[in-house]
Design a binder for this molecule. Structure first.
Ligand SMILES: [Fe+2]
Length: 442
């Protein structure tokens, strides 16, 4: 059974949904402030910035407006045993992530042990995936690809701030117009593995704000209309310039994009506050929501306990322009494209090194046997939201037998529990340093 999240005009009727007491403009504004230091990594010339932006050069704004569905609560198939396994594995992967957590200001980045990469780190995620396919289909019959995304908001830390789904194709007006290269329907099943009262960093959704997926040129122009002070203008100018000129590393790009989106909401809703809602969930309750809707709140008080979540991200079938199969094909320059494939491979190789693999081939051999030398594109192993890889390939890891891999993961986690800590293996540390020293994409 499911309940519709009640908008403010008709205050929460069941007690299940409640206002968080926070608002989109202030939560997003705080998030923008938190992300802004990422810009300091990129020195720029004010003259170069000005030359790329209006009035010297016109922008090309676009915005996709999804058909909206209200957020609902759904009970998922999750028994106590599975919930316990997921919780334990999530805590162990968080220990691994913390050993290199200073790597990013944002939290969605290629070296995360969570999001798409959790298929490598959370053995029970696959069982959860298998147990809940019918529920996903009931809510979202158009589903083509569903991926598991498990993550932890560590005790005494804030959850990631206000954001919404985006993707490379949504930045390109000609593709937005034809609805190519991105899911037109995008649903999440955000399932609590720990209870989420207001003092435990609950998931917050801004149910009444307009659901839209603008490109950054669109939000930039809107912000100029709403009004920016000199310091704000300098920051958004620089951010858009870095983005448009391709000067951001793939590690920082989502952070800069989220900075501009958060700043946009902080301006757009300043005069018309849009309340946040949360659900005081039991373990196994999912919020089923449209991922294009603004969500997440890093301004609630931190919690003395971890918040554990497992989420399905579900897309309808994504269509691409002729001859293209993923967002990576939108990168015209073959050198840049190959560079990103090398970086993806290196990122995965680093993550696998944290689990004790010598290299990615060792992993591919374990999972794919004799098929490992089929020249597997690393982007085929899992979806990649940043590069717009949505439709699963024949190598999609969630559809493989990962038992042998998970045995290895289990051994690493037993060691973490025994030692009470995780030390990054030296060859993994060397890979991490190499990834960061290579700098931004050119
Ligand atoms: Fe999200």
């Amino acid at each position: 059974m499911s309940d519709t999240l009640t908008p403010a005009a008709e205050p929460a009727v069941t007690g299940t949904y409640q206002q968080s007491g926070t608002f989109l403009h202030s939560s997003a504004g705080a998030h923008a402030d938190k992300l802004m230091p990422v810009l300091d990594k990129y020195p720029v010339s004010a003259a170069d910035v000005a030359l790329r932006l209006p009035p010297n050069r016109a922008l090309n704004p676009s915005c996709f407006y999804p058909e909206t569905t209200p957020t609902v609560v759904q009970r998922m198939n999750l028994d106590d045993d599975l919930a316990d396994h997921l919780a334990r594995q999530l805590r162990c992967q968080a220990v691994i992530q913390e050993s290199f957590a200073e790597a990013s200001i944002g939290n969605y980045f290629p070296l995360s042990t969570m999001f798409e990469n959790c298929v490598l780190f959370i053995p029970s995620a696959k069982r959860f995936y298998d147990l809940n396919q019918d529920i996903v289909y009931d809510h979202f019959p158009e589903v083509e690809t569903a991926v598991v995304n498990a993550f932890v908001v560590t005790a005494n830390k804030r959850s990631y701030g206000t954001h919404a789904a985006s993707g490379i194709a949504l930045q390109i007006p000609s593709l937005v117009k034809k609805q190519l290269g991105f899911p037109t329907e995008y649903r999440s099943f955000h399932t609590a593995l720990t209870p989420t009262p207001l003092d435990r960093q609950p998931f917050v959704i801004f149910e009444e704000a307009e659901v839209e997926a603008p490109n950054l040129q669109f939000v930039y122009e809107k912000m100029l209309e709403y009004g920016l002070d000199a310091a704000e203008k300098a920051a958004v100018d620089k951010a858009l310039y870095l983005f448009l000129e391709g000067k951001l590393s793939e590690i920082d790009l989502p952070t800069v994009r989220d900075f501009l989106m958060a700043k946009y909401w902080s301006k757009r809703y300043a005069e018309t506050p849009s309340p946040g809602y949360y659900c005081d969930s039991r373990v196994g309750d999912a919020l089923v929501f449209d991922n294009y809707r603004a969500h997440g709140d890093g301004t609630l008080p931190s919690s003395p306990k971890d918040r554990l979540t497992i989420d399905f991200r579900c897309f309808n079938k994504v269509h691409y322009p002729p001859g293209m199969t993923g967002g990576l094909d939108f990168i015209v320059d073959p050198d840049e494209r190959n560079y990103q494939i090398r970086r993806k491979r290196a990122s995965l190789e680093f993550l696998l090194a944290t689990l004790g693999y010598e290299n990615i081939d060792e992993f591919l051999r374990l999972v794919f046997g004799s098929r490992h030398n089929e020249n597997i594109n690393p982007f085929g192993l899992m979806t990649d939201l940043q590069f717009g890889v949505y439709n699963k390939s024949e190598y999609h890891l969630l559809d493989q037998n990962l038992d042998d891999h998970y045995e290895r993961v289990e051994r690493v986690y037993e060691q973490i529990e025994k030692d009470g800590e995780f030390v990054l293996p030296s060859h993994a540390k060397a890979m991490l340093d190499a990834l960061y020293s290579e700098g931004p994409a050119v």
